[in-house]
Design a protein around this ligand. Structure first.
Ligand code: UDP
Length: 411
């Protein structure tokens, strides 16, 4: 296990985007939790939404006076092949789960659990990767409630994988899911639904001035913002359906011939599928100079792209929540997204973007055209978008929800 290096955060920085009452409530909850030691465990320090959330939540809790550590599991690709299969199985597709895969999972999770030496009063494990650690942690710290924060889309899990995860869930005191429907799928003693959130003060989401935007525009050359741009920001993962987005782009291009498409992706440390998919997407796009496939962009550049694009697209086949949708909406950019998982919580069809069925690439293409051809509609949707996120999907709201659950779990 290792602790990632984190930047400090101050709760004061949120005063301009959050109502006073909410910040007061946070301080109150933090006061109740003072003296409590909390541990978060997950399987990657970078890439993907969970790492993104923890990078904000952990330093902010410490700033509020709640002693909070974050440890990342140490594991190699063999383990991550297994946990990616578990992730895929829970989201509804998958190869058979073999005895060898289970053995790898057991061995690595037990070895990681054995490395935790400090004592904690509450343990929060994220997603299925650390579940195998729970038995040992529960033995070592029998009084510490265990919270499972599951970020996965559990709409329709493969039975074999649901059963595998369920072998570990009797150790969990409280499960937190991103949608009500997910909570019904897996048997956990107590459950809550907490919507994830974006952090408005990070490099990824803070406002950028004209000079900064100009610098980023130059950096993104030969992409031109004088012509229409549609962007998707996602890990290279089959669920994110970059090929469906390419199809939607080709449909839209028939009506908007100068259209450019940007597919930005990162490689999460716990996702061995990423590189292969990136190469397939890049090959598919190689003959089209207006499709730009980019990897591992700095956060400021992702921020600028989400702002400067005319429309953002997120046509996922499954999606636990989809922070990238809230990120784009917060920047005033309408999103064409699918009805998968957490996306419809964020897109109000015809208000801040459009929803299409996950397999409807042509429909997505037509919705892109609708927004690209109507400047006023795009502007109105963009204004609605920011307001929709302000109240529901910013970090202080999520932190209030989480700390309330922690207080309750400790009672
Ligand atoms: N992300 C990024 N660069 C990339 C791809 C993704 O910074 O090239 C970030 C993205 O901005 C978001 C997170 O990774 O904050 C992805 O979270 P989301 O919930 O959308 O999907 P997940 O990867 O967790 O399935």
């Amino acid at each position: 296990m290792h602790p990632p290096s984190l930047l400090e955060r101050s709760i004061e920085a949120y005063a301009t985007v959050t109502e006073r009452d909410r910040l007061e409530r946070l301080r109150e909850l933090a006061e109740t939790l003072s003296g409590v030691r909390i541990l978060h465990v997950n399987s990657t320090a970078t890439g993907g939404g969970v790492a993104e959330l923890l990078r904000s939540i952990v330093p902010l809790c410490n700033d509020l006076g709640v002693e909070t550590d974050w440890l990342v599991m140490d594991a190699d690709d063999d383990f991550f092949e297994v946990t990616k299969a578990v992730h895929n199985g829970l989201q509804g597709s998958g190869e058979p789960l073999t005895a060898e895969m289970k053995a790898i999972y057991r061995e690595v999770t037990e070895a990681n659990a054995a490395e935790i030496e400090a004592e904690y009063d509450l343990i929060v494990v994220h997603d299925p990767q650390p579940l195998g650690m729970l038995e040992r942690l529960a033995e070592r710290m029998p009084d510490a409630p265990i919270v499972w924060r599951c970020h996965v889309d559990l709409t329709d899990p493969v039975d074999e994988y649901r059963a595998f995860v369920s072998e570990y869930t009797d150790r969990i005191d409280h499960g937190i899911f991103s949608r009500t429907a997910y909570a019904k799928t897996i048997d956990v003693a107590e459950t809550s639904v907490v919507y994830p959130s974006i952090d408005p003060v990070t490099e990824k989401n803070r406002s950028l001035d004209e000079a900064e935007l100009a610098t980023e525009r130059d950096r993104l050359d030969p992409l031109s913002f004088d012509e229409p741009v549609v962007t998707q920001v996602s890990r290279f993962d089959p669920w994110k359906d970059q090929f469906g987005t390419l199809e939607a782009y080709r449909t839209a291009r028939e009506a908007v011939p100068e259209l450019q498409l940007v597919l930005v992706g990162g490689m999460a440390g716990d996702d061995p599928e990423g590189l292969e998919l990136y190469e397939r997407v890049a090959r598919e796009a190689v003959d089209d100079p207006d499709v730009h496939v980019m990897t591992d962009l700095p956060d400021t550049t992702v921020n600028a792209l989400q702002r400067l694009s005319d429309v953002v697209v997120q046509k996922s086949l499954r999606e636990g929540f989809g922070l990238v949708v809230a990120e784009a909406l917060w920047k005033g950019t309408p999103v064409v997204g699918s009805t998968a998982g957490g996306i419809p919580l964020q897109i109000v069809d015809g208000h801040n973007g459009y929803l299409v069925e996950p397999d409807d690439a042509t429909g997505a293409g037509n919705r892109l055209v609708d927004l690209l051809e109507h400047d006023e509609r795009r502007t109105t949707f963009g204004e609605n978008a920011r307001e929709h996120v302000r109240d529901r999907f910013l970090l202080p709201r999520q932190l209030v929800d989480l700390l309330e659950i922690f207080v309750e779990a400790l009672e």
